[in-house]
Design a binder for this molecule. Sequence first.
Ligand code: GAR
Length: 212
Amino acid sequence: MEQTTPSIISPDIPADAQKQVSTLKLGVLASGSGTNFEALVQAIADGKLRAEIPILIYNKPGAAVAARAQRWGIPAMLIDHRKYQSREAFDFDIAQTLSQYGVEWVVMAGWMRRITEVLLDRYPDRIINIHPSLLPSFPGLHAVEQALKSGVKITGCTVHIARLTVDSGPILIQAAVPILPNDTPETLHARIQVQEHEIFPRGIQIAAMQAR
Ligand code: GAR
C-alpha cells in the first residue's frame, strides 16, 4: 500500500506557546495567488497564531493575493519591482513601508523576488520564507518540477529564516509529501500546498519562540 500520510518535522511547540510571545506584527510579501497568505489570516482568525497583519505588499499588478486581502479587510499595497532601477532601491521602499506599518516580522508568502541586504539588515533574523521543497534540495524557481524530474520519491515544503542566498537559511519546520506515480506538477503542488498551509503558521510561531 502506498504511503501517502505526510509527516511534519519540527521542534515541539508548547501548548501555551501563544501566551509566551506577544502579538506578532507580520508584514506579508506575496507575488501570486496568495493561498499561503490566506492560510495565515485564517490561522489568526481561528486563534491558532497570535498575530496581526497590518500590511500586505505585493509586486505584481492584479495579483490574486490583493483580492484576498481586500476580502479580509487587510491593507494591501502594490510595490511594482519593474519601476525600480535596482533590487536595493525596491527593497528600500519595501522596508520603509513595513516600518511605517509597525511590522516586526517579515513573512514571504510566495515572494518571487530575491531579497537584498537592505531588507535583511532592517529585519535581521526576522524574515521568514516558505518554499515548496525539502530544502536544501530544489531551491529557486520550479521547485516542484525539479523534484518530479529528479526521481526522488519524497518531497515537501520548508519554512525557514531567510538569508541572502535564495531559499537558504535556518530551517524552522518541514513537512514531507510522497510523490505518487502519476503525479503532475499540479497534483503534487496541490498536495504540498495543503501541508504549506499547515506548517506556515507553526513555523512563524517557532521563529517567535526561538527569538525570545
Ligand atoms: C508556494 O508554494 C510557495 O512555497 C512558493 O510559491 C507558492 C505560492 O503560492 N514559494 C517559492 O517558490 C519561493 N521560492 P500561494 O501564492 O498560493 O501562496
